[in-house]
Design a protein around this ligand. Sequence first.
Ligand code: CP
Ligand code: NVA
Length: 308
Amino acid sequence: MKKDFISLRDFTAQELLNLLVLANQVKQNPRQTADFLRGKSFALIFQKPSNRTRVSFETGIFQLGGNSVYLAPDDISLGKREPTEDIARTLSRYVDGIVARVFSHQDILDLAKFASVPVINGLSDLSHPCQAMADMFTIQEKFGSFKGLKMAYIGDGNNMTNSLLIAAAKLGMSMSVATPQGYEASADYVKAARECALKNGGTITLTNSPQEAVKGAQVIYTDTWVSMGQEEETTQRLKDFAGYQVDEKLLALASRDHIFMHCLPAHRGQEVSAAVIDGPRSVVFDEAENRLHMQKAIMIFLYTFKHA
Ligand code: CP
Ligand code: NVA
């Protein structure tokens, strides 16, 4: 049975912990896995732009001895030139895995349903699990463990928020999410995260107050106010998110040992001040680097998957 990486909701807490162990092994000893994908190819389907996801997957596949085939938005025109299920079936005859960055999450589900090879979610409008796991790996590197930590997410309740909620709750962190009214994270993801948090010793709090959210938090996270595909809403969003910038004044309320995180690309002067993202507590480029190690681990994890 092939295993996909679509949502962190599909994995147990123990499976996510195992993935973190694997990412650490891959990072510490990259030579050990240098042949893991020898003779294997991955198709990378991108409907949206990308720096980190594309480059870290292509490089990671190369470092594992495999080959990647990048398919830009106009190359296969997912869902337009031919049905998604035919793309999934065709690619499965050529390649050993598919990474897809899409608008509609349903496209990832359809690819996974009809492909006979593993499908990895490289971001959809609903979630960004590869980034969230690279972030958990970064948090573990900085703090050693998750228990007792509080993450504050400030800004737009988007794909990043949804994946972070599940990751944090499964790994035993507490999370407080501050968004303007009308920009909350997916209610379904919040409900699932609350159920996980209950089992794993954390709490999930929603608020409209950035000040309340960051109080005592060790991990402060933000993301763009205008995600890919929402460009037409820019003027309205910039108005609605006024007061939600992560700046030094806000961070004075956080735990003194806090770190600042952002999945990037960032917009200095909007969701974060330059002083914060370029300051000493920012770990944004560690997160970016960890995409590489984590995604190599995800590919190995899927091919060697055992329920835990
Ligand atoms: N964080 C992230 O996914 O970056 P890209 O959009 O550049 O891939
Ligand atoms: N929320 C952002 C994340 C980019 C990595 C977007 O979807 O554009």
